[in-house]
Structures are given as structure tokens and as C-alpha cells.
Design a protein around this ligand. Structure first.
Ligand code: NDP
Length: 275
């Protein structure tokens, strides 16, 4: 389990990925994303999660370029969007992301959603990028167990990551167990359920005991569950708050109480009904 903000988790190909990072979905390109990434790097974050679909790779790249932190000390994730999936489209999308991010490699490249009839061709392109050493690790996002099984049957490289919606209302136990068995690291998107969990009494009661907020309790629960987490915020205060989760420890009983909040309820779309 990670013990500090910059601690890493070893992925199935040996690459070390920070166990905690900043997500930048719905953060405007330009100044807003620049300030958020800059603030996070200053606060000690070393992992940034973006995507071509977020239309802010340019600002992310600029902030990273201007930062005092060396490129090789920052872990950049991006994703291929649905309309560019397929073999050639993915190779092209990757080049576009590199250009926008002003870098010559990515740390992690993900298939954003399992586009039916396309994701295995997309994966062949991801494998090529990986074998050509253009990207240090490749993975998927929003893949259920059945998508992963289909991918395994038609691929030679195992995904290092499955990034899925994951929070106390959606604990994804079957998928998590499957990923553990297969050596795939689970990563939580919308760990705070986009703010919808912050009034949850159980989380606030537990938080009071440790003088922590509900958001901090959730992020601590991610860490103790060994799930990589990437909460999004654009405010310096919350960038600091979210990362201040390494000085307390949830008991086994508290972990169970949080796990019991599950109701298979999503803030985003179910990958099986995604159009
Ligand atoms: P989160 O669960 O991270 O919630 C973000 C929201 O919570 C924002 O409104 C933010 O507001 C607020 N917030 C953040 N910290 C706190 C705090 N300490 N107290 C109170 N409110 C807080 O949602 P996201 O959907 O953004 O998920 C995180 C990241 O996951 C994304 O940014 C993206 O990188 C990734 N993602 C990936 C998806 C995929 O399909 N692969 C889909 C969705 C997300 P404010 O900014 O004003 O602080």
C-alpha cells in the first residue's frame, strides 16, 4: 500500500505508477487546466490523468513543460477517444496527443471506452505503440470482465490498468477480484462520485473521528483497497486536502462500513449501455 503522495505501484510490466494523481476531466484548456496541473505538481502530485476527449492536453503539456519537475518524474496518462478507435485511427490519435502534450512519449495510454467491434483493433495499435517503446504501459478504461476476456483472447500484451468508475456507491467487487487474479491494476475514476457522496453520514462520522473530510475518507479507502485514485479539483485548497490522506488509517470495520454503502449506482454511463 502506498504511504506517501509520490509512492508508486508496480504495474504488471514492471513500470512504477504513482498511486495517487490529479484528474482533469471537464477542466477548461488554457489557464484553468494550467493552474490546476501547476498547483498539483507544486503540491507534490506526480501523476496527471487526461484524455484527447478532455480537450485540455495542450494546457496540461504546457504546465508540465514549464514546471520545475522533470518530465521523467511525471507520469502522464492519456486515452484514445471512441471516434478514433480502430488500428490506424489509434496510431494517429496517439501522435496527436503527444503533440498536444509536447512530449515524445506517454507513460500510460488507455482505450477510453470499449467500442464494440473496434476495441480489439484499437488494442493491436496500442500493442504496436508499446512494442515500439512510444508508451511505457498500455491499458483500458470502462472494461467489464466480459470485455477483458474478449481482449485476452485476441491479444499478446495484457492491459496494465483498467480505469473504471469506482467509489463507495459502486465498489465493483467482481471486476476488482478478476483484475487482481489477472494482475491488472484497478484505477478509480470519479472517486468522489463527482461530489455526490460528500454528505453521506457514514463517511462524515468516520471523518470526524480522524478530523478528516468525507472526501479524504473516500480517498483513504481507495488507497487501503490498493486502487489507484485520481480525484479532480481545480482549487489549490482541495488539491492539498485530497492529498492529505497519508496520516490516518481506517480500521477493518470502517473499511467494511464504507464497502457496505455500495448500491451499484453510477455517476457516469454503464459501459454496456454506452452508445
Ligand atoms: P471526481 O469524483 O474526482 O469529483 C470531482 C468533483 O468533486 C469536482 O466537482 C470537484 O470540484 C469536486 N471536489 C474535488 N475535491 C473535493 C473536495 N475535497 N471536497 C469537495 N469537493 C471536491 O470526478 P471526476 O469525474 O472528475 O473523476 C476524476 C477523474 O477521473 C477525471 O477528472 C478524469 O481524469 C477521470 N475520469 C475518467 C473517465 C473515463 O471514462 N476513463 C470518466 C470520468 C472521469 P472542484 O474542481 O470545484 O474542486
Amino acid at each position: 500500500m502506498i504511504k506517501h503522495l509520490q509512492d508508486t505501484v508496480k504495474l504488471n510490466n514492471g513500470v512504477e505508477m504513482p498511486g495517487f494523481g490529479l484528474g482533469v476531466y471537464k477542466v477548461d484548456d488554457g489557464d484553468v487546466v494550467y493552474q490546476a496541473v501547476d498547483g498539483a505538481l507544486e503540491a507534490g502530485y506526480r501523476s496527471i490523468d487526461t484524455a484527447s476527449y478532455y480537450f485540455n492536453e495542450k494546457g496540461v503539456g504546457q504546465a508540465i513543460k514549464d514546471s520545475r519537475v522533470a518530465r521523467e518524474d511525471i507520469f502522464i496518462t492519456s486515452k484514445v477517444w471512441n471516434d478514433q478507435q480502430g488500428y490506424e485511427g489509434t496510431l494517429q490519435a496517439f501522435e496527436e496527443s503527444l503533440e498536444n502534450l509536447q512530449t515524445d512519449y506517454l507513460d500510460l495510454y488507455l482505450i477510453h471506452w470499449p467500442v464494440k467491434d473496434k476495441f480489439t483493433d484499437t488494442w493491436r495499435a496500442m500493442e504496436k505503440l508499446y512494442k515500439d517503446e512510444r508508451v511505457r504501459a498500455i491499458g483500458v478504461s470502462n472494461f467489464h470482465v466480459h470485455h477483458l476476456k474478449k481482449l485476452f483472447a485476441e491479444s499478446t500484451v495484457m492491459p496494465a490498468i483498467d480505469q473504471v468508475e469506482y467509489h463507495p456507491h459502486l465498489t465493483q467487487e467482481e471486476l476488482h477480484d478478476f483484475c487482481k487474479l489477472e494482475g491488472i491494476q484497478l484505477e478509480a475514476w470519479s472517486p468522489l462520485k463527482r461530489g455526490q457522496l460528500l454528505d453521506e453520514p457514514v463517511l462524515n462520522e468516520i471523518g470526524q473521528k480522524y478530523n478528516k473530510t468525507a472526501a479524504q475518507v473516500i480517498l483513504r479507502w481507495d488507497i487501503q483497497n490498493e486502487v489507484i485514485t485520481i480525484p479532480k479539483t481545480i482549487t489549490d485548497k482541495r488539491i492539498a486536502e485530497n492529498a492529505d490522506v497519508f496520516d490516518f488509517f481506517l480500521t477493518e470495520n470502517e473499511m467494511k462500513q464504507i464497502q457496505a454503502l455500495n448500491k451499484n449506482d453510477r455517476a457516469g454511463t454503464n459501459p454496456d449501455s454506452y452508445d
